[in-house]
Design a protein around this ligand. Structure first.
Ligand code: CTP
Length: 404
C-alpha cells in the first residue's frame, strides 16, 4: 500500500516514528509529511531515514512534481498522527496552506486521524465541531486515549498507542464490519496453547501466546464475520465481539471445534495443539518419593484436530474452508516448503500458513513472515509483517476461496 503519514506539531510526534516502523516493516511504502511545527519536535532527517523516502512540508519544493496532487492521488491511506487541534481545524475548514492539508484535499483513499492535545482543547466546542465535520465526510477520527499529558495535566487527549492507530488504519482501508468480504460468514478460530493435565496442579503446556489467533479474530471481525474463538491458554485477551468457548486440553479443543463445525464457514486452526498427553491423569497430587527417583510419565498421541475436521467435512454440501498453520525450520532431509507441502497433503486442508521459524525479524515476537500454500502445494501469497498483516492475508484468502 502507498501510505502518507502526516505528522502534526505536538510532543507525541516522536511516537509517529514507531507507527512509521509498523507500516514500513509490513512492506508498505510510506511518505511522511510533517507540518512545519512538527519538524521542531522531530527533524526531517529522522523521517527520511525511517521511511526511505524524501520528506518535505512545503508545496514550494519540487514544484514541477506537483507533490500534493501526486501524493493525494496515489495514497491508499493517509494517516495523521498526532493530529493536533490546529491540523483538525485546517482539515475541517478545507485549507490548503501547506503540503499536508493540500494533499488531504486531493485524497482518494482512506483518511485516518489520531488526535493528541490537552483535554481542554479536545473538549472545546470548536474542536468538537471540527471532529464532527471530518467524520461526516468519512474521515476516521480515532478517540484519543486518556492519561498523563505533556505537563502535569491528565485526561483524554493522549495519542493512542502506535499499534492501536495501525489497527484502526488497516480497518479503515479494509471495508469495515457489516459490509466486508466475510459479511455474515461464520468463522471459527482455534487459539492459544493446550494444557495437558498430569495431576490436579500440573500440566504439560507450550509457549503459544495466542497473539496470531487474536489478530485473526480481529481481521475476521473487520470483514463482517461472526467469530467463534475456541480458546485454549493465551497471554492476550480476545477482542470484543467474539463468542468464546474456553478449553484446556487437546481433547476438549477437538470436541469444541467439531461441535462448532456444522455452523462454520471458515475454520482456521491457529492453536498450538499438544501432539501428546499423559496416558493417565493422576487424581491426586503426585508426591516426591523417598528414594529420590522421579516419576515416569507415559505419553499417548492426541487426535489431529485439523485432520478430523477435514474428515468431518466429507459429504457436506455447504462450503467450508479449512486452514492450518505450520511452523517449520527445515532440516538436512528437506527445506521448510517441502515439509509444509507434505503436511498439507497429510492434513488435507484447503490452505496452510507456513511460518518459517528460526529467522531473525526486526519486530521479533510481534512480526511474522509466512507463505500461504494452497491445497495443490502452490504458493498463493508471501506475507511479511505484523501478526495483523498476516491475519488480514489469511482472512482475505479464506474469503476468496469461499466465494471465488
Ligand atoms: N493441529 C491439530 N491437532 C493436533 C496438532 C496440530 O489440529 N493434534 C493443527 C494445528 O492447529 C496447526 C497444524 O495442525 O494448524 C499444525 O500441524 P502439526 O502437524 O501439529 O504441526 P507440527 O506440530 O509442527 O507437526 P510436526 O511436529 O509433525 O512437524
Amino acid at each position: 500500500m502507498r501510505i502518507v503519514l502526516g505528522v502534526g506539531g505536538g510532543i507525541a510526534a516522536y511516537k509517529a516514528a514507531s507507527l512509521l516502523r509498523l507500516f514500513t516493516e509490513s512492506g508498505h511504502d510510506v511518505t511522511v509529511i510533517p507540518t512545519e511545527a512538527a519538524t521542531r519536535f522531530v527533524g526531517t532527517a529522522t523521517w527520511e531515514a525511517l521511511s526511505g523516502n524524501p520528506v518535505s512540508n512545503s508545496v514550494w519544493d519540487d514544484v514541477d512534481k506537483v507533490n500534493h496532487v501526486r501524493l493525494g492521488h496515489e495514497a491508499d491511506l493517509i494517516v495523521i498522527a498526532p493530529a493536533t487541534a490546529d491540523v483538525l481545524a485546517r482539515a475541517a475548514a478545507g485549507l490548503a496552506n501547506d503540503l499536508l492539508t493540500g494533499t488531504l484535499l486531493m485524497a482518494r483513499g482512506a483518511v485516518v486521524m489520531a488526535p493528541a492535545m490537552h483535554t481542554e482543547m479536545w473538549q472545546h466546542a470548536a474542536t468538537r465541531a471540527n471532529v464532527r465535520t471530518l467524520r461526516s465526510r468519512g474521515v476516521t477520527v480515532i478517540e484519543p486515549a486518556s492519561g498523563r499529558l505533556t505537563g502535569t495535566d491528565s485526561g483524554p487527549g493522549r495519542l493512542p498507542e502506535p499499534a492501536a492507530i495501525y489497527a484502526a488504519a488497516l480497518d479503515a482501508v479494509h471495508p469495515p464490519a457489516g459490509d466486508g468480504a466475510l459479511r455474515g460468514k461464520r468463522v471459527t478460530i482455534s487459539v492459544g496453547g493446550t494444557r495437558e493435565a498430569l495431576d490436579p496442579v500440573r500440566f504439560l503446556g507450550n509457549r503459544s501466546s495466542g497473539k496470531q489467533g487474536m489478530a485473526l479474530a480481529e481481521a475476521a471481525l473487520a470483514r463482517g464475520a461472526h467469530v467463534t474463538l475456541v480458546l485454549a491458554h493465551a497471554e492476550v485477551p480476545p477482542p470484543q465481539g467474539c463468542d468464546v468457548v474456553r478449553v484446556e486440553s487437546a481433547l476438549q479443543l477437538r470436541d469444541a471445534v467439531l461441535a462448532a463445525l456444522p455452523a462454520t464457514d471458515v475454520l482456521v486452526m491457529a492453536a498450538a495443539v499438544a501432539d501428546f498427553r499423559p496416558a493417565e491423569v493422576v487424581g491426586t497430587k503426585i508426591k516426591k518419593s523417598d528414594d529420590g527417583a522421579g516419576p515416569v510419565i507415559t505419553l499417548v498421541r492426541n487426535p489431529d484436530v485439523l485432520r478430523e475436521a477435514v474428515l468431518a467435512r466429507e459429504g457436506r454440501t455447504e462450503p467450508l474452508v479449512i486452514a492450518g498453520f505450520a511452523a517449520e525450520t527445515g532440516d538436512p532431509t528437506a527445506d521448510p516448503l517441502t515439509h509444509a507441502r507434505a503436511k498439507l497433503a497429510r492434513k488435507g486442508c484447503d490452505f496452510l500458513v507456513l511460518n518459517v521459524v528460526g529467522r531473525e525479524l526486526v519486530f521479533g515476537a510481534d512480526s511474522n513472515e509466512v507463505t500461504i500454500l494452497d491445497a495443490d502445494g502452490s504458493e498463493a501469497a508471501a506475507v511479511r509483517g505484523t501478526k495483523r498483516v498476516v491475519a488480514d492475508a489469511v482472512m482475505d484468502h479464506a474469503a476468496h476461496l469461499l466465494s471465488p
